[in-house]
Design a binder for this molecule. Sequence first.
Ligand SMILES: [Mg+2]
Length: 255
Amino acid sequence: MKGYMIDLDGTMFHGKKIVEGAKEWIDSLVEQDIPFIFLTNNSSRTPAQAVQHMLDMGFEHIEEKHFYTSAMASVSYVSSHYSGRKAFYIGELGMKQALLDNGFTIVNGTDDLADVVFVGLNRNANYEMYSEAVKHLVNGAVLVGTNNDRILLSEKGVNVGNGSIVAMFEHVCDKESVKIGKPYQPILDEALKFMNMKKEDVIVVGDNLETDIALGVKFGVETIFVLTGIHKKEDIERLGIHPTYVVERMTDWKG
Ligand SMILES: [Mg+2]
């Protein structure tokens, strides 16, 4: 039995609205006891907030154990690849919680210098906060972006994505960020550890060819491209990113 790594935005919901077929498919996974996680580049929500967000729109049987975010992957990756545990972060509660859960000391608002600067989306960040991050980075802190999405789509249109903020820090400090989120390998490796499964035993599900499907294609994991979100069937040829399977909606998937 394969397990699923499932994208959220455009695959499970649009804003606060459930995507057609998404709830029925998740219900069927739960009923058959098939392992799955929601694998998201969104670092803003904690798993508890993410559960509530989905229950509020009408999903059922969703638990905290089902969520693996780019914030969790970033902290887990840094824990096993770097020794420093003093962190400065830009982010929301999901980022902060991941740091505290993994024994990091947060230096925000203190005179202490950080070993690592984590950059996740914070919709209330300002110039002062960015400049404080730069102080740590020029003093030798490692730059870790939770994800490199250039743009973020919402009901209001196109917004600045976390990847664009990370690129700003790379430019300011002339150093490259450690890349974690989809389509980069760290989030896949960390998520496999979290699920306690091998890559041969999972399928990546998503609406975005450049993040979800590219992750699977690059690292030898099967993929299901669902046509409920950002990319259309024609984009497969245009982008040259070829999923293993393509479905209109997840209830069409007979795995
Ligand atoms: Mg998506």
